[in-house]
Design a protein around this ligand. Structure first.
Ligand code: AMP
Ligand code: GLY
Length: 421
């Protein structure tokens, strides 16, 4: 079968790599892909948010399935567009995608179904918010409702910070804001838990912990993610049961009752406090770099998983994992997440010899006449899976050092909570 992958990051390169291993996949097209996917698939420079053009291209190339990496096309309704067409789409429909597209929608589902999450208040105007904040205790978390590329969340230590956040949101920094979400600050340790679902059944798809801050010791500005380890050190059977019964199942039932069809990955962002899970957020996709970290540990043919989800037959597919630990470190452009240069050549990337347990997934890279150049903040993802986190990290750092890309920056402490040195 010919398959299309939508997106251009490390997550999509990892999906492309796994699908390329499947005997059931003939040709892969990436919309638009990167220099890494270009090595194993055909990159197509077409705006994947133009669903009509995408559909026409898929018909021409006999693409029978689309796998959607990022949230935006899902929130914009790509699944609904292809609903009555002969092309299957792996991803949740527009209604279900509101779980990521609207934080207020998710909070309301939590409230109606007693799903554990932080206490919250929804305000409709700047003045109402400021009045509420004047009588509040800090720290507090202020969030823009819609998609904000991970930037619409403010942890506020005092009234002045909260006022600035509120003004920015209502001034439209993240698009038109009619409402704002104020949340109680949750203390604890974060964990990401993943499932895959066909709308009726769901299965575990790994756990992880990413490191979002730019600096070592989890300091400095927030980024899209500087690295990740899997599985999470916090996961155990008792906790998993609580996550399923109190958070995942009531949410999937609520989506069904609203008439949504959820086929795809669900990313459950949690705060764990004293062994109790609290929902921080849902994402309607795999995480990046969590996807690059988890996929190399999946034994089952990824195409079988996608196909059985699209056909509503996930209960017939067993998903198995290697027992290994996995670490991914992101090599980013110096200056990221603020100002950084693009178009810097990455020499000798193809000279790096990888062992079978190692991968390099491209993110912000571009193939040009002079070779591969950087094309974004997060550039390459180095992954190693072994029986030990410390070994994984040593291998990854050694590969990054061998590449010796002068414009690169990476964190050496990824997985510090599971590595004692
Ligand atoms: P979100 O985009 O909702 O995942 O928020 C981004 C990050 O902000 C999360 O990964 C947490 O580190 C932090 N965060 C969000 N909400 C809360 C909260 N209520 N309490 C503490 N930290 C939070
Ligand atoms: N790594 C965080 C995310 O994908 O949202």
């Amino acid at each position: 079968m010919n398959v299309g992958i939508i997106g251009s990051g490390g997550r999509e390169h990892a999906i492309c790599y796994m699908l390329n291993k499947s005997k059931k996949v003939s040709k892969i097209f990436c919309f638009p892909g990167n220099a890494g996917t270009d090595l194993i698939a055909q990159n197509v420079s077409l705006d994947p948010d133009n669903f009509y053009k995408l559909e026409k291209y898929c018909m021409e190339k006999n693409i029978k399935m689309l796998v959607v990496g990022p949230e935006k096309p899902l929130v914009n309704g790509i699944v609904d567009h292809f609903n009555d067409k002969s092309i299957k789409v792996f991803g949740p429909d527009k209604l279900s995608s509101k779980l990521e597209g609207s934080k207020i929608f998710t909070k309301k589902i939590c409230q109606e179904n007693n799903i554990p999450t932080s206490k919250f208040k929804i305000c409709d105007s700047l003045n109402e918010t400021l009045d509420y904040l004047k009588n509040s205790y800090f720290p507090l978390v202020i969030k823009a409702d819609g998609l904000a590329s991970g930037k619409g969340v403010y942890i506020c230590k005092n009234f002045d910070e909260a006022k600035t956040a509120t003004e920015e949101i209502f001034k439209g920094k993240f698009g038109v804001a009619e409402q704002i979400l104020i949340e109680e600050f949750l203390d604890g340790e974060e964990m990401s838990y993943f499932i895959v679902t066909d709308g009726k059944n769901y299965k575990f798809f790994g756990s992880a912990q990413d490191h979002k801050r730019i600096g070592e010791g989890d300091t400095g500005k927030n980024t899209g993610g500087m690295g990740c380890y899997s599985p999470s050190r916090l996961l155990n059977e008792k906790l998993e049961l609580k996550i399923k019964k109190r958070i995942i199942e009531p949410t999937l039932n609520a989506i069904n009752e609203y008439g949504g069809v959820y086929k795809g990955f669900l990313y459950v962002g949690l705060m764990i406090k004293d062994g109790e899970p609290f929902l921080i957020e849902f994402n309607v996709r795999m995480g990046d770099p969590e996807c690059q970290t988890i996929l190399p540990t999946v034994k089952t043919d990824l195409m079988d998983i996608f196909k059985s989800c699209c056909e509503g037959k996930l209960n017939e597919t067993k998903i198995s994992f290697f027992e290994s630990k996995s670490i991914c470190i992101v090599l980013c452009s110096k200056g990221y997440p603020e100002k950084f240069e693009k178009n810097i050549q990455i020499k000798d990337l193809d000279q790096l010899k990888l062992l079978e347990n190692q991968n390099i997934f491209h993110a912000g890279t571009l193939k040009t006449k002079v070779g591969i150049v950087s094309n974004g903040g997060r550039v390459l993802n180095f992954v190693s899976t072994t029986d030990d986190f410390s070994k994984c990290r040593i291998e990854v750092i050694s590969l990054i050092k061998k590449l010796n890309w002068k414009n690169g920056y990476f964190r050496r402490d990824i997985g510090h909570k599971v590595i004692k040195i």
